[in-house]
Ligand binder design. Sequence first.
Ligand SMILES: Cc1cc2nc3c(=O)[nH]c(=O)nc-3n(C[C@H](O)[C@H](O)[C@H](O)COP(=O)(O)O)c2cc1C
Length: 206
Amino acid sequence: MFLDTRNHASNWQEIYKLATTLIQPRPIALVSTLSADGLPNLAPFSFYNMVSANPPVVMFSPSIRRDGTGKDSLNNVEATGEFVVATVNEAIVECMNRCAFEYPPDVDEFGKSGLTPRPAKFVKPSLVSESPANIECELVEIKRFGREPGAGSVVFGRIVAVHVDDEVLAGDGLADPARLKAVGRMGRNTYAKTTDNFDLPRPEEA
Ligand SMILES: Cc1cc2nc3c(=O)[nH]c(=O)nc-3n(C[C@H](O)[C@H](O)[C@H](O)COP(=O)(O)O)c2cc1C
């Protein structure tokens, strides 16, 4: 098949649905923020990655809702300049999914999901206790791709601290996928496990 996307305004939902079955598996950031009034918020984002090593920077991308409103996570980061990304593993995937319900801004998704907040070291939003890894971030900048429904904003955050449960570490001090059991997002409502791995050493010459 072939899809002409140049006039995307008429078929952006079709492009989005197709692309998310192609650009996969995607890591899932469970993003913890505080509103300007100090209300906690927790929401998953699979448009998420690390984009710079030095300085260490991650990004996640909240889009404008179909009704034209902005997501709480974006409003909160814009207002406070801080967020925490918790890793989503098999044990908390259903709790994560409950956080994706479009609750009004005054609803604390920690309570709705059964997840427990724990104080961070350098930022005000909480860590997610049940997650094996939490990354504290300070806002670097926000790039907006518009204000129309479906328009994404990319939130860039500098990593200021990383918390990892010792139980998920391998002997080399890095996370062991078999213990971390992170889940990835596919297209539709499908998820991927990350425990079926293989190694491929870099070639020594071209
Ligand atoms: C696994 C998963 C991944 C998601 N990824 C994104 C994403 O990358 N961008 C986005 O705007 N919404 C994404 N969503 C939907 C948001 O989580 C949902 O709109 C949520 O209610 C936003 O919460 P907030 O308004 O509290 O920020 C995702 C949902 C799920 C379940």
